[in-house]
Design a protein around this ligand. Structure first.
Ligand SMILES: [Zn+2]
Length: 276
């Protein structure tokens, strides 16, 4: 950016000089010898998605504007479900430059931040079958080659922006009322253990250990983790969706949205492990 600006200043100067314009140019230069320590990365969150259209439709939806596209949605990266024939390496589609804002999160909230689009990188995994018939509980699958290529990308993004484990989220975590992606088949446990990306409880649940199971205790834990939920004695429709979103991510075999000891145990583990 600075080099571009330097070039521009020089170019403007030369143009003025050559055209013989009759005004005095105020010459300036950029001195970058005083870098400040007081800043942080614009990118704070990594948001994982999936999309279940055909690959052709997916690319059109995420890249074209207006009537030819998907109504103004995009993501920084798209990980296809398979390698195209005739290509040696697995492609990772870069759709929006990471320094620009992609429109992937919509209305969203995490850890007291709203409008996650402005402070995140969004990665879409193509997941054939997801959302078939307009049902967002029809979950798609992910291929092994896609996981190997895509998880390396997630690891690379996490390292480049130093994204902390609790700031790696599913779309369903940050928009639980509207979204269920990437869904129960996305291997979040593997992403944590093999690639060091995102949170996962160290200890497995065991019914003899038990866990907090009162609605107030569990909703308080979910709020600490980052979800948009008001702790209370009883679940309303929207907090039930939040519990379900938490389960979709960390206890995918049962995402009913009902509170139980295992859900409470996992939430308590994460709060303790990650000091939330
Ligand atoms: Zn999504």
């Amino acid at each position: 950016m600075r080099d571009k600006l330097k070039n521009l200043l020089f170019f403007t100067y030369m143009l003025t000089f050559l055209s013989g314009a009759n005004f005095q140019l105020f010459a300036s230069y950029i001195d970058d010898s005083h870098p400040s320590e007081n800043f942080n990365q614009r990118v704070k969150y990594l948001v994982i998605h999936c999309i279940g259209l055909s690959e052709e439709e997916t690319l059109k939806t995420l890249t074209k504007s207006g009537e030819h596209g998907g109504g103004g949605v995009s993501a920084h990266w798209l990980v296809p479900s398979k390698k195209p024939s005739g290509v040696e390496k697995f492609p990772l589609y870069s759709l929006v430059k990471e320094e620009d804002r992609a429109w992937h999160a919509g209305e969203s909230y995490w850890r007291r931040d709203a409008n996650i689009n402005g402070i995140s990188i969004g990665v879409e995994f193509h997941s054939p079958g997801y959302g078939v018939g307009g049902d967002i509980y029809n979950f798609g699958t992910f291929s092994e080659e896609q996981i190997l290529a895509g998880f390396q990308l997630l690891k690379d993004i996490r390292e480049r922006y130093q994204i902390s484990p609790e700031n790696v989220v599913y779309h369903s975590d940050i928009a639980p009322a509207r979204k269920t992606d990437p869904g129960i088949n996305f291997p979040g446990k593997r992403l944590h253990y093999e690639y060091g990306v995102g949170m996962w409880p160290d200890q497995a649940y065991n019914s003899s250990i038990g866990g907090p199971s009162s609605t107030r205790a569990v909703t308080e834990l979910l709020k600490k983790i980052g979800y948009k939920i008001e702790p209370s004695e009883e679940l309303d429709a929207s907090s039930c969706k939040v519990v379900s979103a938490f389960q979709l991510h960390y206890r995918p075999q049962d995402y009913s949205g009902d509170i139980d000891a295992e859900t409470g145990f996992i939430a308590a583990q994460l709060v303790k492990q990650y000091n939330l």
